[in-house]
Design a protein around this ligand. Structure first.
Ligand SMILES: Nc1nc2c(ncn2[C@@H]2O[C@H](COP(=O)(O)OP(=O)(O)O)[C@@H](O)[C@H]2O)c(=O)[nH]1
Ligand SMILES: [Mg+2]
Ligand SMILES: [Zn+2]
Length: 297
């Protein structure tokens, strides 16, 4: 491909905002229907003689992709080249830890790091027992409030030099946290989104924001629910590090850890070494993926 010379920092259906190597920004359109750049993509963007917009002609190979199944069950890419998923749950709406687990599974599958943020701590203190389950698995957890600023400095510190995406249910405070993280970038981003909101391009899918302390953070659109796009239910275990580790000791190599005899995962749930709710998350993903495969959704 022609050399990548820009990064996609915002997508508005078929229109893109790009960041150039000198940190300036330009708008771009896409050549042809087959190219589907997403936020985080490194792209080749040609200058055109007769327009201000650039033309995206190629997408560099992606390090990874954050995907979710669309309504037809086909994987849809939300962002690319991300190295940290910041999974946000909050006091309000009440935390759905199953959604958190599904995002963590996505992080495992795309080989990105992940952490859990409990926001709106000013409204209600977090369920520390649940957060400690994540800590023990190696997912750092952080308690924040975009309202009082609690935990924001530490989060900024953790995002330095990372390309992070903030994910979680609508209304948990993703955009508010990012606003708190931003220093002088705040104004610039507000300008971009205002300009586009007033124009023809009303649906902003995701936006990548550079942080003064280094690093980039992607704000993703709110979703009611999330599930990683999986090729088959066998891939679900890869999303749960403790289940993957235990599965080496299952009697059968193709154990689904549902009701097979000699299953080390079920044994781990019984002896408490695997958290029962995490296991329930795994089971739900297996069942959903099998239903999708059978075309029952
Ligand atoms: N009390 C309180 N409200 C918050 C906090 N963070 C966000 N909110 C509010 O929650 C609502 C949803 O926030 P928003 O950032 O749009 O959530 P998003 O959908 O995840 O991006 C807004 O009314 C925010 O003002 C917080 O830490 N504490
Ligand atoms: Mg938002
Ligand atoms: Zn098993």
């Amino acid at each position: 491909m022609p050399e990548a010379n820009a990064t996609v920092i915002a997508t508005y259906s078929r229109r893109m905002r790009l960041r150039l190597p000198d940190d300036s920004e330009v708008d771009a359109r896409i050549k042809g229907k087959k190219l589907k750049p997403v936020c985080g993509d490194r792209v080749a963007a040609e200058e055109l003689a007769d327009e201000a917009d650039r033309l995206i002609t190629a997408i560099a190979p992606r390090d990874n992709e954050l995907t979710r199944p669309n309504l037809r069950g086909e994987p849809e890419v939300l962002a690319a080249n991300v190295d940290l998923l910041v999974v946000v749950a909050a006091a309000l709406p009440a935390p759905d830890w199953f959604v958190v687990d599904r995002y963590l599974a996505a992080a495992e599958i795309m080989r990105a790091d992940a952490m859990v943020v409990y926001n709106k701590a000013d409204i209600e203190a977090p369920d520390t027992a649940t957060l400690s389950v994540y800590e023990k698995l190696g997912y750092p957890s952080l308690v924040t409030s975009a309202e009082t600023g609690q935990g924001i400095d530490e989060l900024r510190h953790r995002l330095a030099d990372r390309i992070a995406i903030v994910v979680g249910q609508s209304g948990v405070g993703k955009s508010s946290i990012i606003n708190e993280l931003m220093g002088s970038e705040l104004q610039k981003t507000a300008e971009i989104s205002t300009k586009h909101r007033e124009g023809r391009h009303t649906t902003v899918n995701s936006v990548m924001i550079p942080l003064d302390a280094g690093g980039n953070v992607i704000d993703s659109p709110g979703v009611r629910d999330y599930a990683p796009a999986l090729e088959s239910s066998a891939a679900a275990a890869a999303g749960f590090r403790e289940i993957l580790a235990a599965s080496e000791h299952c009697r059968f190599a193709n154990c689904r850890h549902m009701q097979e005899p000699g299953c080390a995962v079920k044994a781990g749930v019984e002896d408490g070494s695997i958290d029962a709710r995490r296991y329930e998350s795994y089971r739900r993903i297996v069942i959903t993926t099998e239903k999708l495969a059978e075309g029952r959704y």
